[in-house]
Design a protein around this ligand. Structure first.
Ligand SMILES: NC(=O)c1ccc[n+]([C@@H]2O[C@H](COP(=O)([O-])OP(=O)(O)OC[C@H]3O[C@@H](n4cnc5c(N)ncnc54)[C@H](OP(=O)(O)O)[C@@H]3O)[C@@H](O)[C@H]2O)c1
Length: 245
């Protein structure tokens, strides 16, 4: 039984399908119920049982209820992928309003904390489990113009390490993936603009966008038994974007 947040499109959708292919029943969470139903149909093609859980992850009660609903509908929780997130504004640090900063943290960081608390209890009691947090290379370095997102993603990596230490003795692994530029709705404003797109892909060694499947495969690997001795790790999947000093 796996729960994927932000499963209605992009990296989360492909991750849900990859986990279904790997034999997991899948609970799908995001705000858009209609899109989740379509992803559920893709998962069902692999024989997975599915649970569609329309959820706004900025709502604490909804996030806690989402984990409980997964256990209720699918009979347990072996894998949690905290993938929902993103940002839709940029501003220099001094112009970033505190309210906006907190909003980005709530979407990208605080909900991960809520979901981890709920999942940790369930997985600990069940004797094991696996969590993958989707962070970003933005959390590894500096991101001028996007201090909120960079701070949130850096903190997700820290949460990952502490949870891994606390839950290792319980058989619960916690890892993170840090994608570079991946072509999704999140950055449509870049790939619809030829010059912005050229500059974006130029920063990676591979000189192209990452594909959602390329991130989903890594998440599914970390989530499943092939990664049974990996915990507290951040796996960078960025086509070489962060190679230069
Ligand atoms: N694309 C990249 O270049 C890139 C790079 C590094 C890291 N990432 C990270 O990868 C993750 C997935 O990004 P993506 O590129 O796949 O973005 P995307 O295509 O925009 O998908 C975002 C997903 O999150 C869901 N979501 C957004 N706000 C939500 C909310 N308040 N409550 C519940 N669900 C919500 C969306 O569904 P609804 O709108 O239906 O709620 C959607 O399913 C994010 O954490 C992002 O920060 C992306």
């Amino acid at each position: 039984m796996a729960l994927v947040t932000g499963a209605s499109r992009g990296i989360g959708e492909e991750t849900a399908v990859a986990l279904a292919r790997d034999g997991f029943d899948v609970a799908l969470a995001a705000r858009g119920a209609a899109a989740l139903e379509q992803v559920a149909a893709r998962c069902a093609e692999h024989g997975a049982r599915t649970a569609v859980l329309p959820t706004d992850v900025t709502d604490e009660a909804a996030v806690r209820g989402m984990v409980a609903a997964t256990v209720d509908r699918l009979g347990g929780l072996a894998v949690l992928v905290n993938n929902a997130g993103g940002t839709n504004f940029t501003a220099p640090l001094v112009d970033t309003r505190a309210e906006g900063f907190e909003k980005v943290l709530r979407l990208n960081l605080v909900h991960v904390f809520w979901a981890l608390q709920e999942a940790g209890r369930v997985m600990g009691a069940a004797g094991g489990g696996s969590v993958v947090n989707v962070a970003s290379v933005a959390g590894l370095g500096a991101v001028p113009g996007n201090v909120s997102y960079a701070t949130a993603k850096a903190a997700v990596l820290s949460l990952t390490r502490t949870a891994a230490m606390e839950w290792g003795p319980l058989g619960v692994r916690v890892n993170a993936v840090a994608p570079g530029w991946v072509k999704t709705e999140l950055n449509r404003f870049l790939w619809e603009d030829a010059e912005a797109e050229r500059q974006t892909v130029a920063v990676s060694a591979l000189q192209r966008w990452g594909r959602v499947e390329e991130i989903a495969e890594v998440i599914a690997f970390l989530a499943g038994p092939r990664a049974s001795y990996i915990t507290g790790h951040t796996l960078v999947v960025d086509g070489g974007q962060t190679l230069l000093p």
